[in-house]
Ligand binder design. Structure first.
Ligand SMILES: Cc1ncc(COP(=O)(O)O)c(C=O)c1O
Length: 485
């Protein structure tokens, strides 16, 4: 029997017992069928893809449908009224309506603004939120840098930024703590709270109930839903956040380059854009130096929309609807639990743990994104660059580093403010220089994340790969330098 035969037999046996113990997993069988057809390229190339929080994968049928649509007519720049332009406008507006419908946002309450990505949506809010001296910007430690960056807009305009800490080892916010921050507002000021519905670092799902509490205390709420919406349903009719940022490629892989800001109309009316551009105005004059803003979404969509790709957003959302978000959610939860258990029980021969998980070790209020590091038998962290190298040799795509979420990393690795201040991070320095200077035990973590095309065989291959780190005493010293975080 060849090694490949033995491998496939052992996967079959393991999968049979996985399925027998989890009969409800069969309810997600539509995704096995989709993996065989629309995601055949994964198995054809022998890939194990475990970076869905980085980027989702598209189904081949999405591309075919998109190309058929583009070939069916002539589409021009939508900033006009000629027939080719009108054809594009029709598709763009259809996509816009469908985005709102998908997220359950009523058109009376919400507007869907197309952006290049979630970062573009976050920036729109940050640069136009009417921060003034005395205003507050409150955000969780656990945030993507594209949310952290909003503090620079707040700072420039004299508003005060406060971070709500996460608490190790679960990396959640202490539930008794947030009310104290939310009640700390003064007078007639603007207050903006920003948090991720799901952490892109630890998979923690922060309570959406915060939205209503924050509203009760006079806060506007910016919900970063980029890591949440690929595998969870976000019902705007239920939660009513003021601003929501998403990137569509994270949900269904194609198209890249399109995201969305879903904004409540009354919250949108508060925003003051710092400039105008083509597409965002009814008219502008040179000699009068005056402009009149376009109404609604148009005022926030700079220049020409990605109009040929926008129809693919509707195609992707319809695919998710056909599969059912609940099916995708159930699938990644079942697989995720198994994966978490594999990492949580990985041991060296002497019984010491061979992995450490950053974030919840149970499957409560979390999504299928798991951050961890392998450990040597003496407890040292296995260099994540070595893990990346070995993963590559196995054709496994995972993520290493800090995932653009420094706050979650600082808590996970118990790095204090004093430690961070203990070293200069000067111009020309690399992350490696700084890690050495302040004496960190690790330069980052490993992240695996699941998505709609994940299956048991991916996890089984990952588990066999993880086994290779048991009783590993050292790593080679020729690892590439860490240039950025
Ligand atoms: C939670 C979260 N927010 C924001 C972003 C930024 O998304 P993008 O790079 O598509 O703008 C990401 C990307 O990984 C993310 O995970």
């Amino acid at each position: 029997m060849s090694v490949a035969d033995a491998d496939s037999r052992s996967i079959e046996t393991a999968e049979a017992s996985f399925r027998a113990e989890r009969p409800h997993y069969a309810d997600t069988g539509v995704l096995d069928e989709l993996r065989r057809t629309d995601f055949a390229r994964l198995d054809r190339g022998g890939h194990v893809y475990l970076d869905y929080t980085g980027g989702g994968l598209f189904a081949s049928s999405q591309l075919r449908e998109h190309m058929r649509l583009l070939e069916s007519d002539v589409f021009g720049n939508p900033h006009s009224i000629n027939p080719a332009s009108a054809a594009s406008t029709r598709l763009v507006e259809r996509a816009r309506d469908f985005v709102l419908e998908f997220f359950g946002g009523s058109p009376e309450e919400y507007v869907a603004i197309f952006t290049p990505n979630a970062t573009g949506a976050l920036r729109l809010v940050g640069e136009a939120y009417p921060f003034h001296a005395g205003d507050r910007f409150l955000l969780t430690f656990d945030n993507h840098n594209s949310v952290n960056g909003i503090r620079e807009f707040a700072r420039a305009r004299g508003a005060h930024t406060t971070y709500v800490p996460s608490v190790a080892p679960e990396l959640r916010v202490d539930p008794s703590l947030l009310p104290r921050y939310l009640t700390d507002t003064r007078g007639e000021h603007h207050n903006l709270l920003a948090f991720p519905a799901q952490s892109n670092f630890s998979g923690v799902q922060h309570p959406l109930e915060w939205i209503e509490h924050a509203h009760d205390h006079g806060w506007d709420v910016l919900l970063d839903a980029a890591a949440f919406v690929p595998t969870n349903r976000l019902e705007l009719g239920l939660w009513h956040p003021d601003f929501v940022a998403v990137s569509f490629y994270k949900m269904f892989g194609w198209p890249t380059g399109v995201g969305c800001l879903l904004a409540r109309r009354d919250a949108l009316a508060k925003l003051q854009r710092p400039w105008f551009s083509g597409g965002t105005i009814v008219a502008a004059f040179v000699q009068r130096q005056y402009y009149q803003s376009a109404p609604g979404a148009a005022h926030f969509e700079d220049g020409t929309l990605n109009y040929l790709n926008l129809p693919a957003v509707e195609i992707g959302l319809r695919l998710l609807d056909r599969i059912g978000m609940e099916t995708i959610h159930a699938r990644v939860n079942t697989l995720g639990r198994w994966l978490l258990d594999v990492l949580d029980t990985l041991e060296h021969a002497d019984g010491s743990p061979a992995a450490t998980i950053y974030g919840p070790r149970s499957w409560e209020r979390r999504g299928a994104t798991i951050a961890f590091n392998f450990l040597h038998p003496d407890g040292r962290v296995v260099d994540e660059r070595y893990v990346d190298r070995v993963a590559g040799e196995h054709n496994i795509s995972l993520r290493t580093g800090c995932f653009c979420n420094p706050g979650a990393g600082e808590v996970a690795f118990t790095i204090s403010r004093e430690t961070l201040l203990g070293g200069e991070f000067g111009a020309g320095m690399s992350v490696d220089d700084y890690v050495r200077e302040i004496g960190l035990p690790s330069g980052g973590a490993i992240r695996v994340s699941l998505g709609l095309a994940s299956n048991f065989s991916d996890l089984h291959r990952f588990a066999r790969f993880a086994d290779e780190f048991r009783d590993l005493t050292n790593v080679p010293d020729d690892l590439p330098p860490r240039i950025v975080c």
